[in-house]
Ligand binder design. Structure first.
Ligand code: ZN
Length: 351
């Protein structure tokens, strides 16, 4: 069965795609595309485990052989998992498997990029002979965390993978990848499970308010699970639109800037959809304050997009959150009460 990246929780919606991928695989380089929170990394790891599994017959991966045990303990000599350092830290993934660069031992902030030296080391690793004789599998996720230089270095290996090599690249948005990189891979698209299956799974994991949190995560079960792990319950989520309309930045206390931006973008998205008489996606219609004005929402959406694109946030984070919420509030203010005098445009903060 397909399990979470921590190796413990089964992810049932990935079983059928896994069987299909094993039956239909025709290329040695696969590009796996799925929305955030669906389980791209988990899927690739399970596919890698199946390719490396040493059971004589029966379905792969067997889960019991020495190879399967090594994959689970993240010590298989023929499996290289290439993740940006920041993701490795977030997943508590030790660098033991792919500690071929500088190992990330320096004290700098964890990188969000897969660095060129890591990619070069991976390319060198891939051409070596398989230790256990079945295959050599490199898993890279997310592929868009390679910069142009790294992606270019990877092209040749993708085009002609050495004999036993198999390459698995994960992405949430293939449009962000080099077209030449995309065209060298067989594509596999994973979809979020049906809401009913996802909710049942979340409840089995002990997540309360599953339908609310699942909608909050755009239908991605692992995203909903992550919200719950941050201590956000249904009531806290449902309060957010009203809090923003009232300018209450305190509603986001304890959230990181990227988490706040994500939450505000969802409020902004749903307010825009509501203003256009559509069906909101992340919040029930009842908790969205009415009367937001489209021009202000559009300006707010652009501001939030600019903040989202800035990877690092050198300015005061509390001030930034306050400014983002404050701009959100103006979308709901009556024109007669509206004043720009006390407003700090986000633009001036984001520079
Ligand atoms: Zn096995």
């Amino acid at each position: 069965m397909v399990v979470g990246a921590d190796g413990s929780v089964p992810l049932p919606w990935l079983e059928a795609p896994l069987r299909r991928a094993l039956a239909q695989q025709r290329s040695h380089a696969l590009l796996v595309q799925a929305p955030h929170g669906v389980g791209t990394l988990e899927f690739m790891l399970k596919l890698a485990q199946a390719w490396l599994c040493e059971v004589a017959d029966g379905p792969r991966p067997c889960g019991h052989c020495e190879s399967c045990r090594l994959v689970r303990s993240r010590t298989h000599p023929d499996l290289l998992v290439l993740l940006p350092e920041a993701l490795r830290v977030a997943l508590n993934w030790s660098a033991s498997v792919d500690d071929s660069g500088d190992g990330g031992k320096s004290k700098r902030k964890p990188s969000r990029q897969i660095r060129i030296d890591e990619v070069r080391a991976a390319i060198d690793w891939v051409v070596q002979t398989s230790s256990r004789g079945r295959a050599k599998v490199m898993v890279m996720h997310p592929a868009e965390s390679m910069n142009l230089q790294s992606a270019s270095a990877m092209l040749k290996t993708l085009e002609e993978p050495p004999g036993q090599a198999r390459l698995l690249l994960g992405t949430a948005d293939a449009a962000h990848l080099l077209p030449t990189l995309r065209s060298r891979c067989q594509r596999i698209a994973l979809a979020a499970p049906a809401d009913s299956l996802a909710c049942r799974w979340l409840e089995e994991q002990g997540v309360g308010d599953a339908p609310i949190l699942l909608a909050a995560a755009g239908g991605a079960p692992l995203g909903a699970m992550a919200l719950a792990a941050r201590g956000i319950d249904g009531a806290a989520w449902l309060r957010l639109p009203q809090a923003v309309a009232q300018g209450q930045a305190a509603a986001f206390a304890g959230w990181t800037v990227p988490q706040v931006v994500d939450g505000l973008q969802k409020i902004c998205h749903d307010a825009m959809v509501l203003a256009a008489d559509g069906t909101p996606r992340y919040f029930p219609i009842q908790v969205l304050p009415e009367g937001a004005r489209m021009p202000h929402l559009s300006a707010w959406a652009r501001s939030l997009g600019r903040v989202a694109r800035h990877d690092e946030h050198p300015w005061n984070e509390a001030l930034l959150v306050e400014a983002m919420v404050s701009e959100g509030r103006t979308c709901w203010q009556e024109a007669t009460h509206r004043s720009t005098a006390g407003r700090r445009p986000l633009d001036t903060l984001a520079r």
